[in-house]
Design a protein around this ligand. Structure first.
Ligand code: ATP
Length: 236
């Protein structure tokens, strides 16, 4: 019998399979992720951790010759939604399930415009609201005090750790409910890593967070739940 979803279940993946050009990468992966918690995804290189993350916000769909089977259900605004249902608009999904990549990827524009860009794309026109959100998310990302006097500077002039916090702030600006991070500290030094880890621990109060990490010490420091990927499957 299918176990009932508990109150804390935010994501339920059932019998997920994934292949690139006919080569199976994920086979029969089933797991639940809790809300207000950090789930760490670990395992050897090439077993499909990044691919798994991409199935949660449909980021793989433009990659040619890929195939996915199984179901992904995420509780959004209190309602369990099938991520792959035709009734699930992609723009809404991407707003609610944000993503941060391994290498910080600020856009080639100012710090301010980096943060406001997703809001503008989403059609926001209220400049006062946007300025408020700018300060809010940079504060939450623990970056405001470092950048408030240089918001017009090119974001690429920030340090690596600052750039990654900017990317996290940018991912937060549309108020996601789930945040996916793919090895977010692998290009950072120990001090910047510690700042990001603290930040994620603070953010989980309002979010479901999934982090791919190779570093077992990091997993021990931040994870509430650990999922170990092996070739073709997972060990909870
Ligand atoms: N666009 C693609 N086309 C074909 N094969 C791909 C593509 N992206 C990934 N793969 C393959 O799928 C497998 C899983 O890749 P994925 O990046 O998901 O693994 P991973 O566990 O995140 O690895 P790592 O820890 O090294 O980042 C690898 O064998 C990879 O070469």
């Amino acid at each position: 019998m299918k176990p009932a979803m508990t109150d804390t279940t935010k994501i339920r993946v059932k019998r997920l399979g994934f292949s690139y050009r006919g080569r199976t990468v994920l086979n029969n992966v089933s797991l639940d992720c809790a809300d207000n918690a950090i789930t760490a995804l670990t395992g050897p290189s090439g077993v499909g951790k990044s691919t798994f993350l991409m199935t949660l916000n449909r980021l793989w769909e433009n990659i040619p010759e890929t195939e996915m089977t199984g179901t992904v259900v995420i509780k959004l605004q209190g309602v369990f939604r099938d991520v792959y249902a035709s009734s699930m608009p992609l723009t809404e999904l991407r707003k609610k399930v944000g993503m941060v990549f391994q290498t910080p990827n600020p856009l080639p524009m100012s710090i301010r415009r980096n943060i406001l860009f997703p809001l503008k794309i989403a059609g926001e026109k209220n400049s006062r609201f946007m300025e408020e959100r700018l300060e809010q998310v940079l504060t939450v990302a623990n970056l405001w005090n470092e950048v408030k006097d240089r918001l017009k500077d090119d974001a690429r002039t920030l340090s690596g750790g600052q750039q990654q916090r900017l990317c996290i702030a940018r991912a937060l600006v549309l108020e996601p409910e789930v945040l996916l991070l793919d090895e977010p500290t692998s290009s950072l030094d120990r001090a910047s890593t510690a700042v990001i880890e603290e930040l994620l621990i603070g953010l989980k109060e309002n979010l479901c967070i999934l982090v791919v990490s190779h570093y077992l010490e990091q997993v021990a420091r931040i994870a509430d739940q650990t999922v170990c990927f092996e070739t073709g499957g997972v060990l909870a």
